[in-house]
Design a protein around this ligand. Structure first.
Ligand code: FAD
Ligand code: MLT
Ligand code: ZN
Length: 482
């Protein structure tokens, strides 16, 4: 614990209670007796890997309340952690020691939607799926989709610069976000809630908050450009004999499906066997294959798109690129095929502790990382089916269309022996190939020590200067990557 930070006193809590009102829904106060059970969900992350010891959760419902809280915390040297849906995968959303949790859950209003331009303005605590359902009722779609959509929030999505399943089609949040409102640690409200697509008046400061993981300020509102909801969506699921064939299939998909291609996802057999084991669901194909690809198309004409995808499937099967494949015939089948991809994260979580590596590597070498890691873990005698083997599986899956691989090492329980075999090995492997050690999840606490594998000392130095400018006292999400 950094001794520069004050410890919470009843006087501090009285100030917050006074500000937010004493109605029970606005704060959870462990200093004055709230049960640990009430605080526990805010102290523990989605993976149950990190556990903090916060005694106070504040749930402001207006920007003004955030501003007053942060100004007070800054003056009194109280450290804070912004927390959205708490689905982050790098330990960034939970306190490390006794930092106050600033929950965004009551900032959950949709503020405005322009049906002509597709611009949505919403508070940062709106749940992603809620925003998408609202947009569906207007004929639009949120330009980001991910497996945690039922819990994660727009502010958390921006703060992590989440990539997700359709980045290939709609691009990154750095392009789709038009504006933000944020509160700095000293209480200053940065009102950059622009609804303009073009705005070249000086530095584009909002970009700094996208991917800052709550280290510069709290994002309170978001304005984002949403595309028209596609009238037709189709999904195909393929089995392939090698990673080489997956690359060929991707190349063909880009060529043959071009403008309607909206997702190209990769899953290895290990990841699919796990989903099968956990859900018990019937697998999409009759046989098993070393690799699977899920392809989604989104377009405006059902017949045209189905025909294109059908032709594509026939062509890649004739060429021997794909060994077997199936097309979703209706919405239920479409969702079912997607569940084999989206369900991997949760299935892995059922096994015990998971070491997660979210990496970006040039496509030709991408899957080699999984094979090399599996071989290394096996050589160390750690991989196997018996109770005494700490590692149960080394699997790979991810957003192949974005050269983004998720290497996951599933263990019976988090184990230092395993960690030593994996780290820094994985990071060195990536750095040697000029890859990124965090493609979309961020650095948080989990990857904080390893930033140097993907960023030069000069760049880390510049990041520290920016941090110093926005948060000179360092109260915003301390102990994390910066
Ligand atoms: P939290 O977990 O609460 O917070 C994440 C970080 O953002 C923390 O550092 C926190 O301090 C900060 N933060 C949160 N809200 C704010 C705010 N309003 N202002 C400032 N800082 C804030 N990620 C991907 O990129 N692609 C995926 O496909 C993907 N799939 C996932 C699937 C599952 C099943 C799960 C559990 C996670 C997945 N993730 C994925 C991880 C991803 O980072 C999160 O799901 C999501 O973006 C985080 O949103 P959240 O609201 O839960 O944020
Ligand atoms: C995904 O693509 O499924 C997510 O990023 C979560 C994960 O890496 O497990
Ligand atoms: Zn992902």
């Amino acid at each position: 614990r950094d001794d520069r930070f004050s410890r919470l006193t009843p006087d501090h809590v009285a100030y917050f209670r006074d500000l937010l009102g004493d109605n029970g829904s606005a704060l959870i106060d462990g200093v004055n007796g709230a049960a640990d059970d009430d605080l526990a969900p805010f102290n523990s992350d989605w993976m149950r890997k990190y556990r903090g010891h916060c005694q106070l959760v504040l749930k402001p419902s207006t920007t003004e309340e955030f501003s007053k809280i942060l100004r007070y915390c800054n003056e009194h040297m109280l450290a804070v952690v912004p927390q959205g849906g708490n689905t982050g995968l790098v330990g960034g959303s939970v306190p490390v020691f006794d930092e106050i949790v600033l929950s965004m859950s009551r900032m959950s209003r949709i503020l405005d939607f322009d049906e002509v331009s597709g611009t949505l303005v919403a508070e940062a605590g709106v749940i992603l799926e809620v925003a998408d359902q609202f947009l569906a009722s207007k004929g639009y779609i949120f330009p980001l989709d991910l497996g945690a959509k039922g819990s994660c929030q727009l502010g958390g999505n921006l703060a992590t610069n989440a990539g997700g399943l359709r980045l290939l089609r709609y691009g990154s949040l750095h392009g789709t976000v038009l504006g933000i409102e944020a509160v700095l640690p000293d209480g200053t409200v940065v009102d950059d809630l622009s609804r303009l697509r073009k705005n070249n008046t000086g530095y584009d400061l909002k970009q700094l908050f996208i991917g800052a993981e709550g280290t510069l300020g709290v994002i309170t509102k978001v304005s984002i450009q949403c595309p028209q909801r596609p009238a037709a969506q189709n999904v195909a699921f393929f089995g392939l004999e090698s990673y080489e064939q997956c690359q060929k299939a991707f190349r063909e998909a880009k060529g043959q499906l071009s403008e309607i291609l909206s997702a190209f996802e990769l899953m290895d057999e290990g990841s699919q066997a796990l989903v099968h084991r956990v859900t018990g669901n019937k697998r999409p194909l009759e046989s098993t294959y070393p690799f699977y690809c899920l392809i989604e198309t989104s377009g405006s004409n059902v017949d045209h798109d189905s025909e294109k995808l059908q032709n594509f499937l026939e062509s890649v099967m004739e060429q021997g690129v794909v060994a077997d494949g199936t097309l979703a015939q209706d919405e239920t089948q479409l969702r079912s095929l997607w569940s084999w991809r989206e369900g991997i994260t949760e299935a892995l979580g059922h096994l015990g502790g998971v070491y997660k590596y979210d990496v970006s590597i040039p496509l030709p070498q991408m899957y080699q990382l999984v094979e090399d890691t599996r071989a290394r873990v096996a050589e160390a005698g750690l991989l196997g089916d018996s109770e005494s083997d700490p590692v149960r599986a080394v699997v790979g899956y991810g957003h192949m269309g974005d050269s983004n691989l998720h290497l996951n090492v599933a263990t019976r329980a988090f184990d230092e022996r395993v960690e030593k075999v994996l780290e820094p090995f994985v990071y060195e492997w990536i750095a040697e190939r000029q890859g990124s050690i965090s493609a979309e999840h961020g650095l948080g606490l989990a990857k904080k020590k390893f930033i140097g594998y993907s960023r030069s000392p000069i760049m880390v130095g510049l990041m520290k200067q920016i941090k110093g400018l926005y948060d000179p006292k360092g109260i915003m999400n301390p102990y994390k990557y910066i």
